[in-house]
Design a protein around this ligand. Structure first.
Ligand SMILES: *[C@@H]1O[C@H](CO)[C@@H](O)[C@H](O)[C@H]1NC(C)=O
Ligand SMILES: *[C@@H]1O[C@H](CO)[C@@H](O)[C@H](O)[C@H]1NC(C)=O
Length: 354
């Protein structure tokens, strides 16, 4: 009895026992004080639900997702609901990394569409592992560990550490789609959400949505969220901003201050009263107001008869300078090797406003 329990425990710690529904096996984490509950699947180390309390104390699920998590693999729209994205997130010019002398075939199947395995789990944390065997055309094998942890006072922390066997570019993110009303009280989009970003520069993009090497000064522009603004406050000035025919934002703001010591980005809603403050060790934040979304909602969000559509959510991703590997004028080194491990960390602190 004792021995078999021990063997089972050892086997599960090694990830040897897998739930029948792997890689869509659900792990639920709850803070002891009941302030936050988060659910994850192994596929993409993806967060599938995130429940926090509104100002009346009622829990709401504030992230987008599916009722059937196997849709993470099969949904042809592939909206990328809340996984870890890697090994190099966002776009790369011509699929090339000049600094590492390779052409990346890139993005056939990134880390968000891989079957990660659980290496450890408690009531408040789960750690997933993924070994990336250079199968997307990147040099070297990268071993990544993603840890999600909840704690009292409404805190979610995600960290990703990655080690490469050869010189290779690494740039990760956690691609979370937020709607802090959870589509209740008649709320269907995030245009009334308040956003504050500690950044006076945005990465300027060309018509292929790749960096030109320049920055946009946010002063007197619709990009200025240094003082909080409702996302939709200057909406008329965002026509074609996220691409031809696309209204809204899909840009990277470069933080003015170290966002690991200061809050980098805050988002809140007057309706639910829910606020999230994001701190990170990353230098930038991508904000995408989800113009192109079109996927049936979760039942708790009014689905499946209603869909997540245009501006239903805002994706906020803590990340490095996008395509810095092809933008040498920035002098940002995104090449990692065995002596230089990669580390990504973000903390999401929830509170309510009166
Ligand atoms: C990952 O899981 C999916 C869904 O079960 C499966 O189709 C696929 O073969 C798995 N991939 C690997 C590499 O095991
Ligand atoms: C942006 O422009 C304003 C007004 O012209 C100027 O005062 C400020 O220094 C500029 N900021 C940056 C980061 O260039």
């Amino acid at each position: 009895m004792l021995i078999s329990a021990y063997v089972l425990l050892a086997a599960s710690l090694l990830g040897a026992t897998r739930a029948a529904d792997y890689p869509f096996d659900l792990t639920t984490l709850s803070a002891p004080d009941g302030s936050i509950t988060a659910k994850f699947v192994s596929f993409g180390a993806t967060m599938t639900e995130l429940w926090v309390k509104d100002r009346k104390g009622k829990p709401r699920d504030v992230i987008l997702g599916y009722d059937d998590n196997s849709q993470l693999l099969t949904d042809p729209a592939h909206p990328v609901f809340n996984p870890i994205v890697g090994r190099y997130a966002n776009r790369i010019r011509n699929g090339k990394c000049h600094e590492c002398q390779v052409t990346l075939h890139g993005g056939i199947y990134g880390w968000d569409r891989r079957n990660w395995t659980i290496v450890s789990r408690t009531r408040t944390s789960v750690t997933y592992k993924h070994v990336d065997n250079a199968d997307e055309g990147f040099p070297g094998v990268v071993t990544a560990f993603a840890k999600h942890e909840v704690s009292n006072g409404g805190v979610l922390k995600t960290t990703v550490s990655a080690t490469a066997t050869q010189k290779t570019p690494i740039m990760l993110t956690q691609h979370i789609y937020w709607n802090l009303d959870a589509f209740q009280d008649g709320s269907n989009n995030i245009l009334n959400h308040h956003l504050k970003v500690d950044a006076s520069r945005v990465i300027a993009l060309d018509s292929f949505a790749l960096p030109t090497g320049d920055f946009i000064n946010v002063t007197n522009s619709p990009f200025d969220f240094r003082r909080e603004q409702q996302i939709g406050a200057r909406w008329d000035n965002t026509v074609d901003l996220c691409g031809s025919g696309c209204q809204g934002y899909d840009h990277a703001w470069v933080y003015d201050n170290d966002a690991s010591r200061n809050v980098g980005t805050s988002l809140w809603s007057d309706l639910s009263g829910i606020k999230v403050d994001i701190s990170t060790n990353q230098p930038a934040t991508q904000v995408y107001t989800s113009f192109w979304l079109d996927t049936p909602r979760k039942a708790t969000h009014g689905g499946p008869s209603l869909s997540y559509g245009r501006w239903s959510a805002v994706a906020i991703e803590q990340e490095g300078y996008l395509d810095a590997i092809n933008t040498p004028e920035w002098g940002v080194d995104q090449i990692y090797d065995p002596s230089r491990p990669f580390f990504w960390s973000s903390t999401y602190k929830f509170s309510t406003r009166p």
